[in-house]
Design a protein around this ligand. Structure first.
Ligand code: SF4
Length: 411
């Protein structure tokens, strides 16, 4: 089928959910109740929800600053305040926006500012930047900050790591009780963990739908439809949303709808999205009849280990099993598995200038995968939010060269 695919109808519902999410946070901030907790994107959301907080995810705000192309102009304000241009550009664009008194939430939802935190909760499983980012706000508002410090470069997820992290989660409780005014209730935690697991199961199915040839959705769709898994996991709304989306995906597969009409090449995206260039890259991929069918990034919100029977231990395990936390051998095997299952022809590695944690081209992973699987790879230089680090022309030339190489190999 070679015509432009119809839009995904579920998007309307997702937009409504996101509007409700941000308006709910704004209301909580104005009323002073429920209390607002800031949480890192792969942080202890289940615990915060169980304690009765409205939960806000600044990385989601960072992505919005990138996608609306506000970030590049705002980063210098954070640099002037002492935050290096070389560190996470989510951090610098978010802090820059705060110092400049602007937010994309104003245009989108009529919200004046991001919700002031009553408490900030981080997990360093992804990087140290999140802690420094939250420290800025904790100092500014003089509010408590709590967090867990996760082991990094992990091969096997050992029981001793799980035990340590489970205890770190428990150690947060007294502060969370004091700020929220609510007593910790294990049954409420079991429920949010159960709902997060339900969300994960569905989100995985959504991602796995792209194993279908042709793929009914691509990376660019996933970067939009991942939002409920990021900001609403632990809540029934996210579960219902993915049921709705899955039903539509099944219909698209049955109707033979291809996200990239005339799909002839299947690619894997390794690294952060370039938020301000998603449209450009999506159009380029369509022109090249190449579908990006899988990515490490969108897979990062699959948390297999959640188990309501052992809420603390399973949270500890789920948040440590993530790709970003693991060693090079694990990462190699992980990508190999997706490459084989999704019948992928090539990999685009995005070397994001300000996020070494999500730039996996730097320790010979492309070379290992190329040698072991015969898969073509290319590295494009760029950034998640700082568009001064990204060249449309260079990215285009490199991706076109990758596609040519794949076509030549197949000829
Ligand atoms: S993982 Fe990268 S993009 Fe995410 S917060 Fe850390 S440095 Fe920033």
């Amino acid at each position: 089928m070679n015509q432009t695919p119809p839009p995904i109808n579920a998007t309307k519902q997702m937009k409504k959910l996101m509007a409700d999410h941000f308006l709910g946070l704004d209301r909580a901030k104005k009323q002073g109740s429920p209390k607002v907790a800031w949480c890192t994107s792969v942080g202890p959301a289940e615990l915060l929800l169980a304690m009765g907080f409205e939960v806000y995810f600044p990385e989601n705000h960072g992505a919005l600053l990138g996608a609306t192309r506000m970030a590049t102009e705002l980063i210098p304000a954070a640099n002037a305040a002492g935050y290096s241009p070389d560190i996470c550009s989510y951090l610098t664009s978010d802090v820059g926006a705060f110092l400049a008194g602007v937010t994309p939430l104003t245009k989108a939802y009529g919200i004046e500012s991001v919700p002031k935190a009553d408490v900030l909760a981080f997990n360093t499983n992804q990087c140290r930047d999140v802690q420094d980012w939250f420290d800025f706000y904790a100092r500014h508002w003089k509010v408590p900050i709590v967090g867990v410090r996760t082991h990094r470069g992990v091969g096997e997820v050992k029981d001793c790591y799980v035990k340590d992290l489970a205890q770190q989660f428990k150690d947060m409780i007294p502060v969370l009780e004091q700020v929220s005014g609510n007593k910790f209730d294990i049954d409420r935690l079991r429920e949010t963990v159960r709902l997060s697991k339900e969300c994960t199961v569905r989100w995985r199915k959504v991602l796995e739908a792209a194993a279908q040839i042709p793929a009914p959705m691509t990376f660019f769709d996933y970067t939009i439809h991942m939002a409920p898994a990021v900001v609403l996991r632990g809540r029934q709304e996210a579960v219902d949303y993915y049921d709705l989306l899955l039903k539509e995906i099944e219909e698209r597969i049955a109707a033979g709808i291809s996200a990239v009409p005339g799909e002839r090449i299947r690619l894997y995206w390794e690294g952060m999205p370039v938020w301000g260039r998603l449209r450009m890259l999506s159009e380029l991929m369509s022109e090249l009849k190449s579908a990006i069918v899988a990515s490490t990034y969108c897979n990062s919100w699959i948390f297999e280990a959640f188990d309501e029977k052992e809420p603390f231990e399973s949270m500890a395990r789920a948040y440590t099993e993530l790709f970003i936390v693991r060693d090079e051998d694990y990462k190699t095997r992980y990508i190999e598995n997706w490459i084989k299952r999704f019948k992928i022809d090539g990999i685009i590695f995005h070397d994001a200038k300000t996020c070494p944690n999500n730039s996996n081209n730097r320790y010979a992973l492309p070379q290992r995968l190329s040698r072991d699987l015969g898969v073509a790879t290319v590295t494009i230089n760029g950034d998640l939010n700082d568009l001064r680090c990204f060249s449309d022309e260079q990215a285009k030339t490199n991706i076109e060269a990758l596609v040519e190489q794949i076509l030549e190999q197949a000829a």
